[in-house]
Design a protein around this ligand. Structure first.
Ligand SMILES: Nc1ncnc2c1ncn2[C@@H]1O[C@H](COP(=O)(O)OP(=O)(O)O)[C@@H](O)[C@H]1O
Ligand SMILES: [Mg+2]
Length: 649
């Protein structure tokens, strides 16, 4: 006999299996190979546009295939969404570049250069594009074909002779550009006697590791760097076989520009390379070809994405002959984010991919935000008199409400300070400080104060920061603590203190009303338990009223007004609650807090707390742990911290 839950489980398993099958069908890359003639018949006829895409069009298709949303002019792409935070503007520009280049704009003939401060996400952006290409090439929409065995996996359409290309345009509506590479030309003659229709064609899958469609070049030592790293060299072991150094089959096609053909070439720290490298790359983007020793020009279609940091770029600009090269690049700035909430998301991402020993350390709920606030401050232009003060600016950039400030201003504020976000502390710096704090203290739990101290240490010990800046940054740590952390932690503790706030506040309100009515009517109040009669409690009434500065001479009219409102509510059949009277609400809340505050004071008092107080404190701690993301260590620290803050007030 099977129970209902077992039936459900089998159904679930079947569902899962079905969706797994569907997934693999969606993603199963169907390999295909055949002659050029069958390629034209099958693939070309089915989707001529898809088969004739340029590298820019292919990348643009990939970005859109991953999913994009246009939120009122704010373009969001899934490819970057979960990995890059707070750099939407830069991403938007990159996306625009591909869109324009895919449409045939002149920008496609310029090299794309990402420029920004270190650890600002440039490499990550490029990596996401690379992973995107690999994944896309395994889908049906992303199917891409090449001449089999071609060292640059060139388009099979290159085999179509020029004289036939106009007919092609008429038949398929696509333009063929590009020439057969020397290697395939030689094979075509030697192995197929020029019969291009018999040349083998296959579907290829983009793979960085396999050097198909993705090439990466990082300059090592510039003095030994050889152009061969980019464009290959004669393969001496094969010269004997083919009898001629000039035979393309005796060439080693190992250069990064060949690997990148049909996809993208990543040039890491491009401005560190020799100038001859740079010329070669600029020609490659502009003319789509490279010149190698004895061969005719080799046609290559690839997108070059380069990155560099600002220091390198400024050095580059100092040489006047470099200026002309700028016209041949599309430069996109990738600054640090100025939104502390986005910055904190970066830390969270970096921590979640760190080693378990790091990941499992408990951080109090404000650690990342406080560190992020500090990091943003180091990136901002220093406030002068006319400007919004630093703390407020940080909040404005995080889209928080700031008194006396209209958000419509933000854009103008940013434009006035174009250098903001190009310098200051990187996410890496913060993460390193955090991990040092963990290692040094062998910590299981870190509080915001621990981390602010760790950041101070990191600044003190960093020889690259000059003393003046060190002092300024340490001031920023203090500011992050005072303007942000103190506010956050106080709010948590207050909320945790008011565990049963609503009921107690309502009870207080009811008591206030009873006493006021008795006072106005000049009658006694009967104690509900002892039945004893007593006079209304004037001291209590004044204690509440003083919280909102009701004077002795003004108390009478205030009380009358309260009673009038309460009567009105009563007549309408409504309950008189705190929401019915804003002023009284405020008064009751403050009165309650005063009462609870005494409990807090006892936390830090030197005398041993009695059992009752201890009980009350542990309720607050538990609340901090259960609802506000603390662990018991950081909850206790937070309580102590807020108590000392209050003692200073
Ligand atoms: N805006 C950002 N969003 C998400 N992660 C970021 C961001 N900026 C930097 N990072 C992370 O910081 C680390 C360093 O970034 P990286 O891409 O190598 O920077 P760059 O190439 O600009 O020096 C990476 O792990 C990256 O994921
Ligand atoms: Mg990098």
């Amino acid at each position: 006999m099977t129970t209902q839950s077992e039936v459900n489980r089998t159904e679930q398993q079947e569902d899962l299996l079905k969706s797994l099958v569907a997934f693999t069908q969606d993603h199963r890359a169907v390999y295909w190979s055949g002659t050029l003639s069958s390629f034209l018949e099958r693939v070309m006829t089915a989707n001529p546009q898809g088969a004739a895409r340029t590298s820019h069009q292919y990348m643009w298709d990939m970005i859109r295939w991953m999913g994009c949303e246009d939120e009122s002019g704010n373009f969001r792409c899934k490819l970057f969404d979960q990995e890059l935070f707070g750099v939407d503007e830069a991403i938007g520009r990159v996306v625009d570049y591909f869109k324009a280049a895919a449409a045939g704009s002149e920008v496609g003939r310029r090299l794309l250069l990402l420029l920004g401060p270190p650890s600002g996400g440039k490499s990550t952006l490029v990596i996401l594009l690379k992973r995107g290409l690999e994944e896309y090439s395994r889908t049906e929409e992303g199917a891409i074909y090449a001449i089999q065995g071609c060292p640059v996996h060139e388009s099979p359409l290159h085999l179509v002779p020029h004289s036939l290309r106009p007919r092609f345009r008429e038949t398929y509506g696509v333009e063929i550009t590009g020439e057969v590479c020397p290697h395939c030309r030689s094979r075509l003659e030697h192995d197929y006697s020029g019969d291009f229709l018999r040349m083998p064609v296959e579907r290829i899958f983009i793979s960085e590791a396999g050097r198909v469609g993705i090439g990466t070049y990082a300059p090592h030592d510039p003095t030994t760097a050889d152009l061969a790293d980019l464009v290959g060299s004669v393969d001496l072991s094969k010269v004997a076989q083919y009898g001629d150094e000039g035979d393309p089959r005796a060439w080693s096609w190992s250069g990064a520009v060949y690997a990148a053909s049909r996809g993208m070439l990543e040039m890491i720290e491009i401005l560190k390379v020799k100038r001859e490298f740079l010329y070669l790359l600029l020609t490659l983007t502009q003319e789509r070809n490279v010149k190698v020793s004895r061969f005719p020009l080799i046609y290559l279609d690839e997108t070059i994405l380069a990155h560099t940091n600002l220091a390198e770029f400024r050095k580059f600009l100092q040489e006047s002959e470099n200026e002309a090269l700028l016209d041949r690049m599309v430069i996109i700035q990738v600054p640090y984010t100025l939104n502390y909430k986005d910055e904190a998301r970066i830390y969270k991402k970096l921590i979640s991919s760190a080693a378990p020993a790091f990941r499992q350390v408990h951080l109090d709920p404000h650690v990342l935000h406080a560190a992020a606030v500090f990091a943003i401050m180091t990136r901002l232009h220093e406030a002068d008199d006319k400007e919004l003060e630093l703390g407020k600016k940080v909040r404005v950039y995080a889209n928080e409400e700031v008194e006396g400030y209209a958000h419509a201003e933000t854009e103008r504020m940013r434009q006035r300070m174009p250098e903001e976000g190009l310098a200051g502390i990187s996410p890496r710096f913060v993460i390193n400080a955090l991990s040092n704090a963990i290692i040094q203290n062998n910590a299981r739990s870190l509080t915001t104060m621990d981390v602010l101290l760790a950041l101070k240490d990191a600044i003190d010990n960093d020889a690259r920061i000059d003393p003046k800046r060190k002092r300024k940054w340490i001031d920023y740590l203090v500011l992050a603590r005072k303007d942000f952390y103190n506010r956050w932690v106080k709010e948590d503790v207050h909320k945790a203190l008011f565990v049963s706030f609503e009921q107690e506040a309502q009870d207080l309100l009811d008591k206030y009303l009873d006493e006021v009515e008795a006072m106005l009517d000049n009658r006694q109040i009967k104690d509900p338990i002892t039945n004893e009669e007593r006079r209304p409690d004037e001291r209590f009434l004044r204690a509440v009223e003083e919280k909102i500065h009701i004077s002795d001479s003004g108390k009478q009219s205030f009380r009358q007004e309260v009673v009038r409102k309460a009567m009105g509510a009563y007549k309408r059949g409504e309950k008189f609650t705190l929401d019915s009277h804003a002023q009284l609400h405020n008064a009751v809340q403050q009165y309650l807090f005063e009462q609870r505050r005494d409990v807090l004071r006892l936390v830090s008092s030197s005398t041993r707390p009695d059992e009752e107080v201890r009980q009350k404190i542990s309720v607050v701690e538990k609340r901090l742990v259960d609802e506000y993301g603390y662990d018991s260590h950081s909850a206790r620290e937070a309580l102590n911290y807020v108590t000392t803050l209050m003692a200073q007030e």
